[in-house]
Design a protein around this ligand. Sequence first.
Ligand code: BGC
Ligand code: NOJ
Length: 811
Amino acid sequence: MKYGYFDDKAREYVITTPRTPLPWINYLGCENFFTLLSSTGGGYSFYRDARLRRLTRYRYNNCPLDQEGFRIYIKDGDIVWNPGWQPVQTELDRYSCRHGLGYTVIEGERGGITARQEFMVPRGDNCLLIRFTVSNGGDATRSFKVFPYLEFCLWDAMDDSSNFQRNYSTGEVEVTASAIYHKTEYRERRDHYAVFWSNRPADGFDTSREAFIGAYNSPAHPKAVFGDGCTGSVAHGWQPVAAQQFDLELQPGESCSILFGLGYIENPEEEKWEAPGIVNKVRAETLMARYADDDAFDSAMSALRAYWEELLSGYQVSSESAPLDRMVNIWNQYQCMVTFNMSRSASYFESGIGRGMGFRDSCQDLMGFVHIIPARARERILDIAATQFPDGSAYHQYQPLTKKGNADIGSGFNDDPLWLIAAADAYLRETGDWSILDEIVPFDNDPSLAQSLLEHLRRSFNYTRTHLGPHGLPLIGRADWNDCLNLNCFSAHSGESFQVSGPSEGPVAESVFIAGMFVKYGRSWADICRHAGLEQEAEDADKAIAAMETTVLDAGWDGAWFRRAYDAFGQVIGGKECEEGRIFLEPQGMCVMAGIGKESGQAAQSLASVQEHLDTKYGIVLLQPAYTRYHLELGEISSYPPGYKENAGIFCHINPWIVCAEAELGHGDRAFEVYRKTAPAFIEDISEIHRTEPYVYSQMIAGKDAVSFGEAKNSWLTGTAAWSFLGVSQAILGVKPTLDGLQIDPCIPASVSGFTLSRRYRGARYEITVENPDGVQHGVKEMLVDGCPLAGNVIPVRDAGSTVQVRVIMG
Ligand code: BGC
Ligand code: NOJ
């Protein structure tokens, strides 16, 4: 069952009922100011950091769901309704929500009145804009009242939801004819305030929640709206809100619009005040003046559309499959931008106060984003590298506002260092910008410890090379990619972090997965060395990698698949002797992507085992059999009920590893079969089972051992976005940036006769036509570049600005 449809031309997903199984959200904002916005107008805004600079409140875990947001109440006689249905839930005659790229339009109609809310975060400004347009479609004059409403957060979202003895006394606002200023803590240690405004004077306002909503009411029944209107309350402490009232009258056929905004303003210390105790509003007024009328809104919207058009034009395919095209051309790339911006910080499943930017997460997100805005990827790589320790290990997370490593979680996740190589390698392949390796970057955020990025990568490689266990496999530390495989932590007490209890480093527990990474990204390191003229170092790396490959095929091979790990007692994890957790997905994906056992047959055998033991109709589960009891020596993985999350859930992030691995072996049919099982646009029809947004990936789908098999969770912020894009764009469609140029190497279903593709690469445009006359799954028999035959399939780099015609004949 569907709850809407894709409008590909407009690049929108159109939701046609407010009763989606869960709130289906969008992300507004591309750089510093962000708003999460649900299909009914729920959500919240923040400036750069969802924990430290939260502008509006949101209550996770609420009942009913999704109460807080950017609400507009319309009071038409005795009837109160919202254009987005929530929170009053008055039935609408018509409802739609169009989630587009960086904007959302929610429209509702009731009793002949149509109300539209267009939400966007304009490029270059720190604000949310909402244009509210209301029209009278009937044949009588209509008078009604309109009330916009939102609730401020007292900036630090963690403190805001816990430190009530203080916070109930600190709230402060200022009010003008058309604006409400939220200035809690501005008098002392903050240099920023928020402003909610409208582009015309309001007929009334409230800034105290108690006055507007009522102490014992909910946003579904605000006292002021259902009663006699706004009271002109000024909040002192308690809960500051922004509510306004507009008394409107519309003739038949008449429309009117009001522009609302929510802005974030910083003032330098010496310019904080206009008069004692009165906020200096000059910057806010300048911002409001920029968005004073419909023309200003329209041109900001056109600029946003043009921006996205340009960004997405970096990779556009035209194939026989509409869902494939819409994933590749629109939604998957869009989600890659969102994960790049948010890491795992703020979604409807991530509170914005938990995890900041993950080291490994951000490195992987960047791999799906680097072709969109390479310059931002460059900056990110340097930020991430600055949280690395001098020995090559790394803080596992950092805060986006401060860019400082998070000491609470610390380091000891032994896959982290290698992801930095993966990210830098992706950047170099995309851009050819070797100057990044000379950038001087701190270790441990300490400028006195700064070294070149090249040195950072070297230490990443060497960290893994020198931290090996009894079998010669890399030590796992607190966990590797699988955050829940905590082999050195032994957490026995509730409330403890599974990852942070116990020593970070044990001398025994080893990871076959990290070994696979070492081979794959070690090769990247060796290639980088070779290109940088460090031949001797490249050869040394080659030797270490070859030795690791042998070790994996020896201690890491179980007979029909790759083992997962050895625990702190030297016992096998992910092997045939295990009662539970006999086979894991991650090492199959990573080791085959690394090419381990490709010649000698283990790679193919590993993938056949995946298909036999782990595949389901909704995707590939992480392990089998699921753990049914808590294993102290394994940690969090065995804390989940069977079928959920890392305990045998369909972990979407690593399904594309199998796509890439199958493509590595030339299996185009199977690569595509795996791809389509988790790709949202392909499973739109089962939205009532899947439940999360059909336009973006979720982190996890409940596996076959779960009661709710097929139900997704944790949509939006997941490494699935980047990896799925790599899987489809590089492994299946086969357009791979290399250090020497663009390689074309499709691996597609035999039944596909071809496709065309346009790719921006290092400033040139490649117009690529792929033909598959012999119905093969893999292999290029002929390639013509601007009409001339090319030896091999790597097109040497062309001048920026040029257009290159490429014809690829498979066979
Ligand atoms: C797990 C969480 C865990 C987190 C650590 C996730 O993948 O499912 O439970 O605490 O990683 O960052
Ligand atoms: C989510 C985490 O953000 C990511 O870093 C990890 O790799 C996966 N979960 C798997 O545990």
